[in-house]
Design a protein around this ligand. Structure first.
Ligand SMILES: NC(=O)c1ccc[n+]([C@@H]2O[C@H](COP(=O)([O-])OP(=O)(O)OC[C@H]3O[C@@H](n4cnc5c(N)ncnc54)[C@H](OP(=O)(O)O)[C@@H]3O)[C@@H](O)[C@H]2O)c1
Length: 262
């Protein structure tokens, strides 16, 4: 897909991977719909990118509100070529310490919010006869590790949802790309939830030493342009983990039991 003049809706545009994607997509001539909760950051990004983009604040933790309010956005913009479901939140806490509500919180944002927005946008793509749904899952949606029972569950769910959606939309010229990033250097660890659902506000080694976010975004955009089905974007062990687990599952499970990325 040539991204010039395409209308691309990006959630989680206020920070990290989403912000880097928006910068590079704008440089390729895409018109963006910028979404996240923090409207001030979205407006500042729009100004930085030339001011011609659409700012649409939304909260993925309120899927029913998205289903009610977002159709008007589609109607106003008239066309959505690519939806990038990127907004999300992680978690760093042990199962034995977690409140049950944390699991629901993670599923609302990472899974039900994603489905709600996809449900609003896909009928428009079918109507216009083309489109692409891109969902940012995670390597944690392919392999499990300590401290991530809630996050990993929500990201595995995204992989399954996307596999089924891809099959259903195959004859409608709407492609579905699942991106599974490894450790990318963003604010994700700071924003990740603790066992009571509050941001942990501290760094984590694997993320601090993770892949440069601009480099990761460039690889993701290449996968969009090539209309791939699924890609892993990561360096070192985080990028190799799905392959290691596939071929050496017992070795991999023993390894993750020893690792402590909190
Ligand atoms: N960084 C990594 O190592 C890594 C690895 C694998 C997967 N991922 C995935 O990549 C995506 C982006 O993460 P990131 O690394 O860029 O982290 P980040 O810097 O913390 O950015 C997260 C983005 O999601 C938005 N967001 C969070 N909760 C939201 C909500 N309730 N409603 C709407 N937007 C919400 C945030 O915006 P507001 O706070 O303004 O709402 C922010 O723009 C996530 O889905 C994450 O799971 C990241």
């Amino acid at each position: 897909m040539n991204l010039k003049d395409k209308i691309v809706w990006v959630t989680g545009a206020s920070s990290g991977i989403g912000e880097a994607l928006c910068e590079q997509l704008a440089a390729k001539g895409a018109i963006l719909v910028l979404s996240a909760r923090n409207e001030d950051k979205l407006k500042a990004l729009n100004t930085r990118l030339g001011g011609m983009h659409h700012v649409v604040p939304l909260d993925l933790a309120e899927p029913e509100a998205l289903l009610k309010e977002m159709p008007a956005v589609v109607e106003r913009i008239k066309r959505i070529d690519v939806l990038i479901n990127n907004g999300g939140v992680s978690q760093r806490s042990l199962f034995l310490e977690n409140d049950f509500s944390v699991y629901r919180q993670l599923m609302e944002v990472n899974y039900f919010g994603l489905i709600a927005l996809t449900k609003v946008v896909v009928p428009q793509m079918v109507k216009q006869g083309m489109g692409m749904v891109v969902s940012i899952s995670s390597v944690a949606g392919k392999v499990g590790s300590k401290f991530r029972t809630g996050y990993s569950g929500s990201k595995y769910a995204v992989v399954g949802f996307m596999d089924c959606l891809r099959a259903e939309l195959a004859d409608k010229n709407v492609n579905c790309l699942t991106i599974c990033p490894g450790s990318i250097k963003t604010a994700i660890a700071h924003n990740s939830l603790d066992g009571q659902g509050k941001p942990q506000n501290k760094p984590e080694e694997s993320i601090e030493n993770g892949m440069d976010v601009g480099r990761a975004a460039a690889k993701m955009i290449k996968a969009i342009e090539a209309e791939k089905d699924e890609v892993v974007v990561g360096e070192g062990i985080s990028g190799l983990a799905p392959t290691i687990k596939r071929f050496f599952p017992r070795f991999f499970n023993r390894l993750t039991a020893r690792m402590n990325y909190r």
